[in-house]
Write a protein that binds this ligand. Structure first.
Ligand code: PMT
Length: 401
């Protein structure tokens, strides 16, 4: 997921500041360039060194510091950002923002900014419920400041209630949504399948394949980056959840099918998962034991075909249905058969012979197969394949709208 934007993160003095290194890590991973202003209070909970290591930039702390002001003054700090996030936002910073105060670097930068601001409040439940905080909140909302959370739960002070800072993933998701609101696929919904499926033999063994989920997850990210609302139905993988994407984890082909059908209707579906074609007819309820003899062949039955089911779902059929064809021979011919038997619009054929390095690797060589046309793409990273596909999808939907 490439946000490719500049974010100014203001970290104020609440216990939830301990979550900000993770927030910075996730924003950076999503492609954002993050600069941090750390208040005196914030520095009690998280060290500047940690944040500097993660942002690979100076952490700005002091309004009257010659070094801070020389490298980047408070006006530039706020001007240079595409978005300002205050996390955690204490009751104090909310009050200062509402009152328009400017008595330190954080408040001065916040008063000086003309950029959109998101705040993630975090405080004791009674402070959150206090009429003063409620009034400040109303003022901030009336100024178009976006509020994330707080969430309900156990708090560091031992009380239970509203006041916990939202999880870093939620803050990143809001930032991604914010940037992608103007994307070419904004207002569109997509389902993407990714990864392998695991089909149990007994409680400890399963049938699977080498799919890593890299290609499917990259496609989900690239679609979200274009503003699309994406549901990623993923088999078991080690990939982290792409920012701004709703992830539904599944294990088996049948679970994957159910999750895809539950996510309909959709404008777009991309089936990149390597779904196991077969499962064991009778999964053993206990761990199978060896007994010195060979194991009788397992009886297998066919799994449902998710792509084909989506292709034949009548009025529920996604407007643009894209399948993959993982082939080791006769790549284009086999892909054409899948295009018609599964009733999809495009098939992205790729060579998955063991020497091609597609399964689990970083690169992919795609042939985009349509009814009367084949387009050969160069060997690209899986991220680049995903971005090219997302752009092609956006072009096509714009042409047909
Ligand atoms: O995950 P990576 O390591 O990044 O590798 C990427 C990939 C090689 C898995 C990916 O690029 C890919 O080719 N995915 C499709 C793998 C596959 O199962 O291909 P297939 O030719 O067997 O299936 C054709 C299409 O039908 C695919 O879109 C597949 O998702 C779909 N299918 C297959 C069987 C089934 N029961 N249900 C399905 O939906």
């Amino acid at each position: 997921m490439i946000i490719d934007k500049r974010i100014l993160l203001v970290v104020t003095g609440g216990i939830a500041a301990y979550k900000t290194p993770e927030l910075v890590r996730q924003l950076t991973k999503a492609g954002a360039r993050v600069r941090v202003i750390l208040t005196k209070g914030g520095a009690q909970f998280v060290t500047p060194m940690t944040l500097e290591a993660l942002t690979q930039d100076t952490v700005y702390q002091d309004l009257f510091s010659l070094t801070d002001e020389n490298s980047m003054g408070h006006i530039e700090l706020s001007r240079d950002a595409d978005l300002v996030i205050v996390a955690p936002a204490t009751a104090d910073i909310m009050a200062k923002m509402a009152a328009g105060m400017a008595d330190d670097l954080a408040t001065t930068a916040l008063l000086a900014t003309d950029k959109p601001v998101i705040i993630a409040p975090a405080m004791n439940v009674r402070m959150w419920e206090h009429p003063a905080t409620r009034d400040n909140l109303k003022t901030l909302i009336s100024r178009d400041i976006t509020i994330i959370g707080p969430d309900e739960g156990d708090m560091a002070c031992g009380e239970y209630g509203m006041g916990r800072m939202s999880a870093p993933e939620e803050i990143v998701e809001t930032a991604v949504r914010f940037f992608s609101a103007s994307g070419r696929l904004s207002g569109k919904r997509a389902i993407v399948t990714s990864g392998p499926t695991h089909e149990a033999i007994d409680p400890v063994r399963y049938i699977a394949n080498h799919s890593s989920g890299k290609q499917g997850h990259a496609i989900a990210s690239a679609l979200a980056a274009q503003g699309c609302e994406v549901t990623l139905v993923s088999g078991p993988t080690n990939q982290s959840n792409p920012a701004g994407v709703h992830v539904v984890p599944v294990r088996t082909a049948r679970e994957m099918l159910a999750a895809c059908v539950a996510s309909l209707p959709a404008d777009i579906a991309v089936c990149a998962a390597a779904v196991a074609d077969w499962r064991v007819s009778d999964e053993a309820s206990q761990k199978m034991k060896k007994d010195g003899k060979s194991l009788a062949p397992l009886e297998l039955c066919e799994n449902p075909d998710i792509l084909k089911t989506l292709g034949n779902s009548g009025t529920q059929r996604p407007g643009l249905l894209v399948g993959f064809a993982a082939e080791t021979e006769n790549i284009i011919d086999n892909a054409r058969v899948k295009l018609s038997t599964k009733n999809c619009d495009w098939v992205l054929a790729n060579d998955v012979s063991s020497d091609a390095g597609t399964f689990g690797g970083e690169h992919n060589t795609i042939h985009l197969v349509q009814q009367d046309d084949v387009e050969d793409w160069p060997r690209l990273t899986k991220d680049a394949v995903a971005e090219k596909l997302a752009s092609r999808i956006a072009d096509t939907l714009e042409e047909t709208s």
